[in-house]
Write a protein that binds this ligand. Sequence first.
Ligand code: SAM
Ligand code: SF4
Length: 317
Amino acid sequence: MTDSYGRQITYLRLSVTELCDLRCRYCMPEEGVCKHGHDEMLTEDEMIAAVRAAGRLGVRKVRVTGGEPLTKPNILSICRRVAAVPGIAEVDITTNALRLPDLAKPLREAGVKRVNISLDTLNAERYAFITRRGKLADAWAGIEAALSAGFDKVKLNCVLIGGFNDDEIPALAELTRRYPLDMRFIELMPMPGDTLFGESAYIPASRVLEALPEAAPCENHDGVARLYRLPGAQGEIGLISPLSNHFCGECNRLRLTADGHVKPCLHSAEELCVKGLDEDGMREVFLRAIAAKPQQHGALSAHDPSQSARTMNRIGG
Ligand code: SAM
Ligand code: SF4
């Protein structure tokens, strides 16, 4: 399907849970989320019906996300069934990696092609601080499990936070030389109610290039990321800049939250509900959501938080 601004909508981000075993400061409140009743959340069958409906409208890629998708007991069944939906050519997952030592190989066997892993720092104390409870060694064990499970691609996502991890850009980028993985640096997005970070935390992705003078631009580009490569590196470095240089013109995606709301745009409050509908009803809602996609999101800065009515763990990133 093409939206009102000529963008082909081919990508669905499917959030399978709001819950998480970490509490990253930019994503989720310390106390966690108020647990909803099962009847308020999409069932596995509803998720599959939604993916089938989206597939009929031209969606080809599904990224399973959360909250932490690997906390979902039926995650392997969800991935296997999504991968079998007609028209879906690629199923990927975004995770904090903590459960990958047990799940990396089964996810690969379930049809997951690519894994994105959140890693903001290589310093154990900083990791414990930013995640409020995680151990860097556990995340690293998950990354190693992903690297040996045979995925088509392993990417690490680092949220850039001025005064927290900007001094680690060279060390994080160096991972693309040591391992067959890609590194993504993402500008910190100001979400509603964020009070934890001051203005200086919101640094532009261009800071990455200043820290990596030898990085050369790549010919190709990957969706919303501008790509670079260090000499001799096995993987690419991608910059995602929703604040300093928004990529709305390239936006090919819809988001479905774990409680069944389609979001036409990450940073708008507009949501359309599919909970309780059959596949045909869901298809109608997706059509309305595609028609409702705005040309671009409003200003985002330390002073202009996202208009989304949800914290990131309740959207899926
Ligand atoms: N739990 C999984 C994980 O951490 O990868 C998947 C869900 S998480 C919400 C998806 C992505 O959103 C992660 O890469 C995370 O770093 C990113 N994210 C969350 N809050 C953010 C924010 N305020 N600004 C930028 N990225 C954010
Ligand atoms: Fe959990 Fe991912 Fe949010 Fe961190 S970024 S709190 S791991 S959902």
